[in-house]
Write a protein that binds this ligand. Structure first.
Ligand SMILES: C[S@@+](CC[C@H](N)C(=O)[O-])C[C@H]1O[C@@H](n2cnc3c(N)ncnc32)[C@H](O)[C@@H]1O
Length: 270
């Protein structure tokens, strides 16, 4: 199966809605908010800055451009109409944020018109990420910033002991839902060859806390997908989902993934 996030608008509405629910759960997880604060909280933006998120999903990270990064106006660009509708509903009360359907490879934004471009867990899903980076370079003003954060997917795990079967579901989900597992290990070279100057690179450990809401969406979707593809019988899928929920209820669940952020700058005009 190809990564459904890479062409979400072409997926059935029920699949888009299930992914939107999972994205929403992840965005609202306090440990995920802390990661976004770590890399967006200390960017130096000019007064009245205009910021754009490429691949804005349900819009919570676009909102961070205002509330954490301190931009005055923000736009989210996203190909899935269901995500855009969800984002518009979520942030209807904030006129300084808008959302549009569109493609990060061809945004239609004017050259040199944006102070900050953000890509939060976008590039791992895009075949040809270099085209997205070139588009960011084109729309950024000289001196403008690009902030990228994505999972370092080979580090994702729910394993609590040798041969733990729950971990296979996480591996399967990544295999089925991520186009490039290694994007954050390859990004620096892509940025430099596009003309960006590299700024801060940081690692952010994500450990699922308390009710592990987002990690449980990973297990549930992964187990269902294993059943759909014939890897598991339905009863086994349900048993593994129940195992995950019971671990959460009995404080035995462990879920971890490392994220990496990279900030880069378009060189200022001479
Ligand atoms: C994992 S979600 C992340 C959404 C949001 N950034 C967040 O963190 O909640 C990746 C998003 O990128 C979008 N996407 C995929 N390919 C895209 C493209 N070529 N241009 C813009 N967005 C794209 C998907 O539709 C999806 O909503």
């Amino acid at each position: 199966m190809s990564d459904p996030y890479s062409n979400l608008a072409s997926e059935e509405e029920a699949i888009q809605a299930r992914i939107a629910d999972a994205m929403e759960a992840r965005c609202l997880d306090p440990a995920q908010i802390a990661i976004r604060q770590e890399y967006l909280g200390n960017l130096e933006l000019p007064e009245g800055a205009y910021a754009v998120e490429f691949g804005s999903g349900t819009g919570h990270v676009t909102r961070d451009l205002i509330t954490i990064a301190g931009a005055a106006r923000a736009l989210g660009i996203e190909p899935s109409p269901i995500m855009v509708q969800r984002a518009k509903q979520n942030f209807a009360a904030m006129p300084e944020i808008s959302f549009e359907t569109g493609d990060a490879k061809q945004t239609g934004l004017a050259d040199a018109s944006v102070d900050l471009v953000l890509m939060h867990t976008l590039l791992c899903h895009v075949p040809g990420p270099q085209d997205v980076i070139r588009e960011a370079f084109r729309v950024l003003k000289p001196g403008g910033l690009l902030a990228i954060c994505d999972g370092d997917y080979d580090t994702a795990t729910t394993q609590i002991a040798d041969f733990d079967p729950l971990d296979q579901i996480v591996r399967f989900m990544i295999n089925q839902n991520v186009t490039n597992l290694w994007i954050m290990r390859q990004i620096a070279d892509m940025l430099v060859s596009t003309g960006f100057d590299l700024d801060r690179r940081r690692g952010h450990g994500y450990v699922a806390e308390s009710d592990a809401t987002y990690f449980l969406t990973v297990i549930d979707r992964g187990a269902d997908r294993m059943v759909e593809t014939g890897v598991l019988f339905p009863a086994t899928g349900e048993a593994l989902k129940a195992e995950a929920s019971k671990r959460v209820a009995e404080s035995k669940f462990f879920g971890f993934m490392s994220y990496v952020s990279q900030v880069a700058q378009k060189p200022a005009a001479e």
